[in-house]
Ligand binder design. Sequence first.
Ligand SMILES: *[C@@H]1O[C@H](CO)[C@@H](O)[C@H](O)[C@H]1NC(C)=O
Ligand SMILES: *[C@@H]1O[C@H](CO)[C@@H](O)[C@H](O)[C@H]1NC(C)=O
Length: 387
Amino acid sequence: MGVFTLSNARKFFAILGGLYVGAIVLLTIPYFQTHTLFLHAVKFPLFADFDMPEKYGLAPNKTINLKINTPDNETLGAWFVLSDPFYHSLPAIPTQPSELIPTTLKKNPTILFFHGNAATRAFNARIQIYTALSSRLSANVLAIDYRGYGDSTGTPTQPGVARDARAAWNWLIQNGATPDQILIVGHSLGTAVSSLLAAELSDESISPRGLVLMSPFSSIAKVLETYSIFGFLPLIKPLAMLPWAVKLLMSTVIHKFETDTLIPRIKGPVLIAHAENDWEIPYSHSQALFDAFLDPILPPSPELPTNAASLSQEQWSQYMEQLNIRKEKREQAVTSVELYNFGTIHEATLSGRKVVFLHTLAGGHDYLGVQEGVHDVIGRTFGFFRH
Ligand SMILES: *[C@@H]1O[C@H](CO)[C@@H](O)[C@H](O)[C@H]1NC(C)=O
Ligand SMILES: *[C@@H]1O[C@H](CO)[C@@H](O)[C@H](O)[C@H]1NC(C)=O
């Protein structure tokens, strides 16, 4: 071990800087970018027994391991979890659970779940979500692993995972579900996939029960701007000293996942949920998405001229007045209710459907979907508690 001298310190930071620039350059190479974004090679839990969901905590024969084929010949691993009230209504543990799928699809609502990047459908935080949704919301759950994840074939791409989502939707319909009984729920990267599916279905005038975006992001470019490694090492900030490098990185984004631009196409009821203590994707992303839903009913945002410093008093007060009108309109359109110790619900009725933004105090990035309060807001928003 050498003595920690000034010259050693300089060397250390030079190496760190070099590694950083190297990492950024790697990100511009499609192969590395695809792996960094999707993290599909991170197959947690390792060597999973997908045909043994019981091993990960699900009740005996409550979950059916199955394969779904896509039109472009990929095979997706998936789990179908029976709703608890249905499972409990059976006289005994079913011996052929797969044969019950058409019956439960007719009797109970189904949640089509799209997970975030990295790991597989057997990942612990995800199992907790299936358990909660099948019990507290009495729903069936279909959870797929996109192409390249888990035991699915292929390599993920934006159009590829969108096709996977549609194949899962079609599978539910072919097995007897009706669109109004299917709630699409996405988490993190899965919110981008869910939004692509919801927009596609809206274009075809197909109306699912609704869309839930848990811990979403507005686009990959904006994630790059706000992403921090472990919440404190801003990834792009050091790049601000090298504006050309920011431009280079942004221009090489392949899988753009621009959910913000899909919003005008999405027609049904929507719930956006985000935790304040999400250190991976800040909840400003959800605020931006909620604002994008509100945008069509608000007067246009006034633009501040670039020569703002030389604005006359009159121009300035005109600008402020327009801003205030927009703010008042927004306040009229949105009802906000604070839930003590839990969070705040903002709700608006836009083109005849509900758009809700739930902003919670806790849950972080991965455990928002296991919060009971979140399940209840989903249940109330999408009519799961009708008696
Ligand atoms: C899928 O596989 C079938 C049979 O192997 C083949 O006929 C078809 O052309 C393939 N389709 C695509 C899109 O690759
Ligand atoms: C669970 O289902 C399998 C077939 O899918 C069957 O062989 C097995 O007996 C069932 N388990 C129980 C406890 O009934």
